[in-house]
Design a protein around this ligand. Structure first.
Ligand SMILES: Cc1cc2nc3c(=O)[nH]c(=O)nc-3n(C[C@H](O)[C@H](O)[C@H](O)COP(=O)(O)O)c2cc1C
Length: 184
């Protein structure tokens, strides 16, 4: 699906567990309801950050921390590729838990041949980091991956994802999840 600045905003939002269900699809064409994107069961992933292609920082100005293939392969069998939001922590940097957006998929814009899981942590780090542990909790779904005519449209979509994640995450009390997954 190719998008540009004339494309409609992130609609329809289709929860992974509801795709293909015509009745729900119709409901989800209605304006965005921030509650519908939360996953019933959040997914916790952890692993050491590996180098990606480096395009996140260089071309997009939006750095991403990439999980190794072993972590990508550990995703549930019924997991739908797409763009997600949730929480992230880099314990060697700080005990703080940040909001994050994450792309789990094939990066159609770059025509990747391997599935990747790339997290943009909504925080400004002083430098890039590799080989350190990253923990993420995938809490909700934003949209499928899209292809774009121009890199500026990809950047705009990611910025919209970040704004959406920030708005959505503060609608839920995450204290229990933070304690359960990030405190140790
Ligand atoms: C929130 C978010 C949304 C993304 N959406 C898309 C997308 O719709 N289509 C796409 O091809 N890539 C998408 N990406 C992936 C970026 O293209 C990828 O992170 C970037 O190329 C950096 O990859 P690299 O670290 O392997 O170089 C998204 C990434 C993030 C963090």
């Amino acid at each position: 699906m190719e998008r540009d600045e004339t494309s409609p905003p992130l609609l329809p939002i289709i929860s992974p567990d509801k795709r293909g269900d015509a009745e729900n699809l119709e409901k989800e064409r209605k304006p965005r309801d921030l509650t519908m994107n939360w996953l019933e069961h959040p997914i916790f992933l952890f692993g050491d950050v590996v180098k990606g292609f480096g395009r996140g920082s260089r071309q997009l100005g939006i750095p991403t921390a990439n999980f190794p293939e072993s972590v990508v392969k550990s995703l549930p069998k019924n997991f739908n590729t797409g763009i997600y939001f949730g929480l992230a922590q880099v314990p060697s940097y700080s005990a703080e838990v940040f909001s994050m957006v994450m792309s789990c998929g094939w990066n159609p814009f770059y025509k990747n041949e391997k599935l990747s899981a790339e997290t943009h942590i909504i925080h400004t780090f002083p430098n890039e980091f590799y080989g350190v542990e990253l923990r993420v909790l995938i809490a909700g779904y934003i949209r499928p991956e899209w292809n774009f005519k121009h890199v500026k449209h990809l950047i705009k979509a990611i910025k919209d994802d970040i704004a959406f994640a920030e708005k959505t995450i503060c609608t839920k009390d995450m204290t229990k999840w933070k304690r359960m997954f990030f405190e140790n």
